[in-house]
Ligand binder design. Sequence first.
Ligand code: PMP
Length: 343
Amino acid sequence: MDLQQLIRKNIQALKPYSSARDEYTGEAMVFLDANENPFNAPYNRYPDPLQRELKVAISKQKSCEADQIFLGNGSDEPIDLLFRAFCEPGKDNIVTIDPTYGMYQVAADINNIEVRKVKLNDNYGFSAEALLEKTDKHTKLIFVCSPNNPTGNLLDNKELIKLIQTFEGLVILDEAYIDFAPGASLLPKLSHYENLVILQTFSKAWGMAGIRLGMAFANPEIIRVFNKIKYPYNINMLTQQKALELIEQEADKNQWVELLIQERKALEEKLSKLPFVVKVFPSDANFLLVKMYDARGIYDFLVENGIIVRDRSKVVLCDDSLRITVGSPEENQILLDKLNELL
Ligand code: PMP
């Protein structure tokens, strides 16, 4: 892969915004460089534009290098930046699976990029071959998601690796839900593949959707492209501080994940027994895709009773299906009790 060749011409030529603190990282006696207010410390100061301390903590937690990490305002930020860095509006295209996470399409539409979709097979699996067939010289990115949203299943690692090894552009592997599939991440193999971008997030297993912190892992050359075009202070100070604190308490995350995996199994078993449930699809994530007779009717009934799930029945290959997040044991029981009222 020739990365320079993939980058949009205007981005190659871009002179990025810079601040005095891009270079200066020490503790100065007086900071008079950024027109900040001297009062109301510490919130008066701009945060570290490159989140260096947080990246070191994440690199230890993930066993990777700090310069292989980009942090964004949720993982939706790197998704958008990928389009802006690599896809020429009105000319380039991306390839992805169908169904999958909706933001790839939205980010493509915002950036005026064609999306070529390949339907998953009956078991919600995919073939690298089918995706590669859709590519041409204007295909810059291929997006895959594992475990996939909304189907919940992991994608086959052999097919993923074949895809990464064969495609000349970047493969974006969205691992937002990977903590719920222990041992399945391709992150330990990141350094083998110069065209691989792995997305993860603090929004799911880490329980931090509210602080908006997403991660992209890739070779440092790709990370430099993200850094070149991102907003200067894209991760605020409070988010950086809170994330540092929570990484210290990794044991909590591990406990939550363990409990949620148990609850996923229990909920799957109990939902499968309901007569109006046609099928609960196997899940490697923290949600279940559930096919039902009259999914819309059941959705409306749940909403009327204060329980919100996601109606996916209009999504391709998901007809009559609701996507249900695995909640706390209490929340799951409330859901089951309500559904049992329908019997
Ligand atoms: N990827 C996938 C597959 C998702 O389902 C989501 C959120 N629903 C995201 C990325 C975005 O996560 P965030 O922006 O909160 O990091």
